[in-house]
Design a binder for this molecule. Sequence first.
Ligand code: S3P
Length: 450
Amino acid sequence: MSGHGTPIPMISRKCGPLRGVADVPGDKSISHRSLILGAMAVGETRISGLLMGEDVLDTAKAMRAFGAEVIDRGDGNWSVHGVGVGGFAEPEQVIDCGNSGTGVRLIMGSMATCRITATFTGDASLNGRPMGRVTDPLALFGTQAFGRTGGRLPMTIVGAADPVPVRYVVPVPSAQVKSAVLLAGLNAPGQTVVIEKEATRDHTERMLAGFGAQITVEDTDEGRVITLTGQPELKPQNIVVPRDPSSAAFPVCAALIIEGSDVLVPNIGLNPTRAGLFATLREMGADLTYENERIEGGEPVADLRARFSPDMKGIDVPPARAASMIDEYPVLSVVAAFASGQTVMKGVRELRVKESDRIDAMAKGLRAAGVTVDEGDDWWTVTGLGHGNVTGGITAASVLDHRIAMSFMVLGMATNKPVSVDDGSPIATSFPIFEPLMASLGAQIVRANH
Ligand code: S3P
């Protein structure tokens, strides 16, 4: 769990070309879901390639607390002996989800229609994030939530004793909210319907179908209508977790801005609900190619090849693409600083309620590094200085946010003066091998006290 240990200040210095193969870890979203749905199936689910990040390990612990047997077999291979839909036991202790919004929101959904009570907490970042977006729809099932002011953690959830199915239009583009409602719907009789106006990552829908649930998805004038039939018996699965496009973003973006770089990032999922960053970079003029394109486990996958791209131009990122790259705006803003012209990012209000206010965190650091950033409630722009012209020489606050810490480390690889972060420890939540992996490519990131 991040934010509870000693801060780890890190410095990133201008480096020579990045070269080699970047084997990034498993997908965080899919890892959480594998453990949770494995715990709700009857029998043994085997998972390979699970992300061994703190967020996911906290979810594994939570599933044990709810009664599932979760076994780490080494090398990213895990077994989950599930207790069946509605079979969760009441945890004896408070469930600590660390830094993970996905973890806590999906787990709340999964227990919300069981006759049990559980109390959730997290680190300072998670305890500041809004939970009403999940507890409001859960209340429709009959679930009660008692949290702090503003719907914040710590929070006690009393599961609905006699849940009723719901029909819910998700008011914000959030896969976490959608997924919480679907997971709660699993133990409600009849059909639960979730409607999203903008498509968000669809891993829950795909995985529910894989586990044998009856689920349909229809594109209508109202939006994406997802209908789930409750109280199925979920069949255990063998799940191979693909590598995380959100982690791939860091070596890819670093390679684009560092002279002479040529990096291959193999086996990256290009599910259209996740691949918005790569389309955006290509529109900016990035030398980013998809090699060996194929379908694996029903998902489009490719090896990404990123080469130094000195002539990238700022663009208007289509707001409709926001959900498919929501976690990648921080590192995109770093690339935008090295492009020429303005990059405009609109329709991104959700960035303000992530592990940190990501617009604020990036704007402060980029401005200090000499880059012009303008912002409003749901938009921001970065005016690029072109390759070789970004000063750096700053210490940025990582505000308990892994993606902010990694974005500033990427910035420092190409600025004229080093870039530091006050605390790189949150990186372990999603990308525990970030430092050795980037070092193997040629990056110069050191812990400040070494
Ligand atoms: C996630 C959904 C997104 C994303 C998060 C992972 C998921 O959050 O930012 O990192 O796995 O469902 P929102 O649901 O808040 O958009």
